[in-house]
Design a protein around this ligand. Structure first.
Ligand SMILES: O=C(O)CCC(=O)C(=O)O
Ligand SMILES: [Fe+2]
Length: 308
């Protein structure tokens, strides 16, 4: 097997020459892992894959983690996290965006960011492809960091940013809530969907990737709340808010993002220590099923806030 990489639109690569049914030698495994660290977002097309193969393939990249949201676990394979649109869960996942009812839209985020110990990564497999919409977006926060000017890099070196877990989008300070209305069954608090609550978590605004050593801009819109004690670093609250707004605009520019349009047989793997992701959601009634495996985060990148 000879792996070839082709850049995607802006960030990440498509890996071709890969067949999940061919023997996965140590050499191939090492090459896949190296590509994961080099590019953060890997797309594999036309794979003949089932749950067992997905799980075995994911284990190349580390131990797997079971998601805290048990209701979305597959009955037969606890390693599989099922994301479903067009079924029973729709009513909890439906909201209004500029008057349009959308199922399962998610803002830019990193998985388990609010715990201070994010997953290392995850692999998505399209089981049922939505006939329209249902894209997954990925953003490379190492490339976004590299592109910052030196003055901004110097300010960020000293700062920490806080993520505050909440269920309601309108409580999040840096997501765009223009024209947004929650749906009638949108969860209002974590217990509404059997989710635990989490205290705030702070991260260095620039996190050094534990394996590659690359600098990652740790500023992602979902749950982002504030800079820790900005005055201690020469910033007023207003300036710290403007800085975060500017950084969110920066990271979500097309040059740092890629939107994956799903086809049957697709696998997409990302490094959750470096890349953020989002989903566009689907219109009501559209079926979409994605199975996800999660690579455990074995490094604490942030700190749980007990004091600031
Ligand atoms: O449904 C998707 O496209 C991705 C959902 C997501 O955020 C995740 O799997 O972590
Ligand atoms: Fe996610």
């Amino acid at each position: 097997m000879t792996l070839t990489v082709t850049p995607l639109d802006n960030v990440g690569v498509e890996v071709s020459g890969f067949d999940i049914n061919a023997p996965l030698t140590d050499e191939i495994k090492a090459a896949l892992k190296a590509l994961w660290y080099e590019h953060a977002i890997l797309v594999f097309r036309d794979q003949d894959v089932d749950p067992e193969k997905q799980i075995a393939f994911s284990r190349i990249f580390g131990d797997l983690e079971l998601h805290p949201l048990k209701v979305t676990q597959n009955d037969e394979y606890p390693e599989l996290f099922e994301l479903k649109n067009g079924g029973d869960m729709d009513k909890f996942q439906t909201a209004f965006y500029k008057g349009q009812e959308i199922v399962g839209r998610l803002d830019w985020h990193m998985d388990l960011h609010y715990t201070a110990r994010p997953n290392h990564g995850a692999l998505l497999r399209a089981v049922v492809v939505a006939e329209e919409d249902g894209l997954t977006g990925f953003g490379d926060l190492a490339k976004a960091y590299d592109a910052l000017d030196d003055e901004t890099k110097a300010i960020l070196e000293k700062l920490e940013v806080v993520y505050s877990f909440s269920m309601q989008r309108r409580h999040m300070r840096y997501v765009n809530v223009d024209g947004y209305e929650p749906g009638p069954n949108s969860p209002m608090k974590p217990t509404d969907i059997g989710f635990p609550d989490f205290p705030d978590a702070a991260y260095p605004a620039v996190v050094t990737h534990p394996i590659s050593g690359r600098k990652v801009l740790e500023v992602v819109e979902q749950f982002l709340d504030r800079v820790v004690t900005p005055q201690q670093f020469g910033l007023s609250n207003d300036e710290s808010i403007e800085l975060l707004e500017r950084l969110i605009k920066h990271t979500t520019q097309p040059e740092f993002t890629y939107f994956h349009q799903w086809r049957k047989g697709d696998l997409v793997l990302w490094d959750n220590w470096r890349a953020m992701h989002c989903t566009t959601g689907t219109k009501v009634g559209v079926k979409r099923v994605i199975n996800r495996t999660t690579i455990k985060g074995d490094v604490t990148l942030g700190r749980v806030l007990t004091t600031e």
